[in-house]
Design a protein around this ligand. Structure first.
Ligand SMILES: NC(=O)c1ccc[n+]([C@@H]2O[C@H](COP(=O)([O-])OP(=O)(O)OC[C@H]3O[C@@H](n4cnc5c(N)ncnc54)[C@H](O)[C@@H]3O)[C@@H](O)[C@H]2O)c1
Length: 253
């Protein structure tokens, strides 16, 4: 039977690439996103894509979205918790508390609520699978990125816990930890770092590359392919893991 897949924040960026890849491989896919216009555009690009407007920072929105997605798909086999914002770039003492809390609300608490509501449906699947979107920032500390690193490290704990709780139902859970992905978002993150460190954008780009052995940004298609593999039958023995996909990034911290 075709996999039934829910991707959060899937109207653009990495999430859209994930949706496109699953759909191209015969899955039934539903994406939610805060941006209704972007959802409409994604639905025109990806044949058969189901879309639901949802703000992942709002619990009531999630409580409406998950049942609607399951109804649209006729069940649920794969949950891709992709939603996450990058948050502020500043030393801890200078961060805006509202911006810091927003990262926890969307990246951690939103992932918790979506997953909490999806589990009863995944239990009915013959082979349920959950992906949690961490980051290279969830494996290493980065100066001026406290909210993001805290959230993405927390999500690894969440993924490992889910794996231990849900294995008995043949539900697997893995976290993936992409490095810097090419696109608009990384440009914003690099510009934020440049502003705080009084450097140029080019200097920040070089600094980002200097910690990687492969000198390029990650292709979102490769992230989608990793998720497709992990959630397929070929990945059936892999659970509770954190899979880096980061062009071999290392930091000293
Ligand atoms: N881009 C990177 O370099 C990178 C690296 C590692 C991990 N990640 C993680 O991958 C995931 C996707 O990143 P991306 O770069 O594709 O993101 P992005 O900034 O391109 O945004 C993707 C989508 O999220 C939606 N969104 C924003 N706030 C939302 C909300 N409150 N509710 C619902 N949808 C919302 C946007 O409308 C957009 O369509 C995130 O969890 C991110 O932390 C990204």
């Amino acid at each position: 039977m075709a996999q039934r897949v829910l991707v959060t924040a899937g109207a653009a960026g990495i999430g859209k690439e994930i949706a496109r890849t699953f759909a191209a491989n015969g899955a039934a896919v539903c994406v939610c996103d805060i941006n209704a216009q972007a959802l409409d555009a994604a639905a025109k690009e990806i044949p058969g894509l189901k879309t639901i407007v949802c703000d992942i920072s709002q619990r009531q929105d999630i409580e409406r979205m998950v049942p609607a997605a399951v109804a649209a798909l006729g069940g649920l086999d794969v949950l891709v918790n992709n939603a996450g914002i990058a948050g502020p770039t500043a030393p801890v003492e200078d961060t805006n508390p509202d911006q810091w809390e927003a990262v926890m609300t969307i990246d951690v608490i939103g992932t918790y609520h979506v997953t909490r509501l999806a589990i009863p449906h995944l239990k009915k699947s013959p082979a349920g699978s959950i992906i949690v979107m961490s980051s290279v920032g969830g494996r290493f500390g980065y100066p001026n990125r406290s909210a993001y690193c805290t959230a993405k490290m927390g999500l690894i704990g969440f993924a490992k816990t889910l794996s231990r709780e849900l294995g008995q139902y043949n539900i697997r859970c893995n976290a993936i930890a992409p490095g810097a992905v090419g696109g608009e978002r990384i440009e914003r993150v690099l510009q934020g770092r440049a502003d705080v460190e009084h450097k140029t954008l080019e200097e920040e780009r070089e600094a980002a590359m200097s910690i990687q052995s492969l000198k390029r940004f990650v292709d979102p298609k490769d992230i989608a392919a990793l998720i497709l593999f992990l959630t397929s039958d070929a990945g059936k023995s892999i659970s509770g893991q954190v899979l880096p996909i980061d062009n071999d990034a290392q930091t000293s911290s």
